[in-house]
Design a binder for this molecule. Sequence first.
Ligand SMILES: *[C@@H]1O[C@H](CO)[C@@H](O)[C@H](O)[C@H]1NC(C)=O
Ligand SMILES: *[C@@H]1O[C@H](CO)[C@@H](O)[C@H](O)[C@H]1NC(C)=O
Length: 378
Amino acid sequence: MLLLNKFPAWLSAFALLLLTQEPVSTSEVTACGVTVDPPANIEITDPGFLGYLSIHWTQPASLQNLTGCTVRYQLRYYDTYEERWRSVRTVKLTYAAQFDLEKPVKVRILTVLKCACTKGTEVQGEEKEWVYTPEPTGVAGSRIRDFHCVYYGKEYMECTWEAGPGQPPDSQHYLYYWHREMDETKECPEYIISSEGRSGCRFPRESLLEFSKFNLCVNGSAPAGSLKMAYFSIEVQNHVKPTVVSSVHVSETDGELKLEWSPPSGQVPDHCLEYEVESSTTMENGKEKQEKIVLQNLEDTSFGIPRKAESQKTCFRIRSKVNMYCADGGFWSDWSQTKCTEDKETQYIPKWRYLSLVVIGIAGVIILCLSLWILKKM
Ligand SMILES: *[C@@H]1O[C@H](CO)[C@@H](O)[C@H](O)[C@H]1NC(C)=O
Ligand SMILES: *[C@@H]1O[C@H](CO)[C@@H](O)[C@H](O)[C@H]1NC(C)=O
């Protein structure tokens, strides 16, 4: 049996489907003279948190009078984001999990019994499975595309999208979001508007919660009908793009090149950053050599390398990213400005050129005066 708190169109179809579809019975398992039935009265409720569904059940009647046993439940559900089954065991009668409401919702549950009369071994009852494939609703081809979120310097996050190929004219998009510290979903605090209409949402830092599911949904309406719902579930700390590294400084002492910089501005803690330094060295023979080094676990923001004897000039640029100790993913920042060492060979040439220009100039004037004087004489 399945009950639902709220009844969006597709979920009532879900309810009907589950009420009429009795799970296929395999062989009956018995232990201590009773049948180990699967849990009873299974309900999947949608509290409206964009895919965070609650599953409830009750103890099977067959086990009600059993003493000297521990009863646990093994729940498996298909994680559509990671594309694998997840398994949990609990003595509780409820569990909440994240589902992608655009994909089939699959849940399997069984009872695990451990009693004195089973000599302490576990007996697993028959497993029940529920599968629900949501009915597609909305205008065909109207689902948004290329949805992605970037959390800039941990100061604000922007999620952007492209219109679906079959989007009907005069469509209006809506974005809703939810995380576990919110009582209900909220609409986007600030839409990003492009020439085609709403094309993204900007979230201030205060509206985000890290290390927790951050659920989003983009839907819409048009005179021709509603647009297809698109659901997403992310963890915002994995979408950080640090701001650009500023004030890069290159110095040279005793044959060593030293690079110093300031950490990017923004809210990313210094110990959460890794840097990539790209150097390109021009050799005396005119050839260029490029190298990239990723620096993790930096105590200070400086870095030294020996100057190559045959190098003429070395240029550096730096970018940064959140490291693996602070997040499972992230984006590289843009590259900093390029900073170079002084050119070894051509260092004094400008002065010399300037001097020679002066000399040529003076010589020119003298020659002009002389020729004028000679002309006058003639
Ligand atoms: C459990 O015990 C109650 C009261 O003794 C009885 O009415 C009920 O039928 C029993 N249930 C089972 C499954 O044996
Ligand atoms: C979009 O989704 C939200 C959240 O589920 C819902 O409240 C709203 O009515 C939907 N809007 C449209 C136009 O479908």
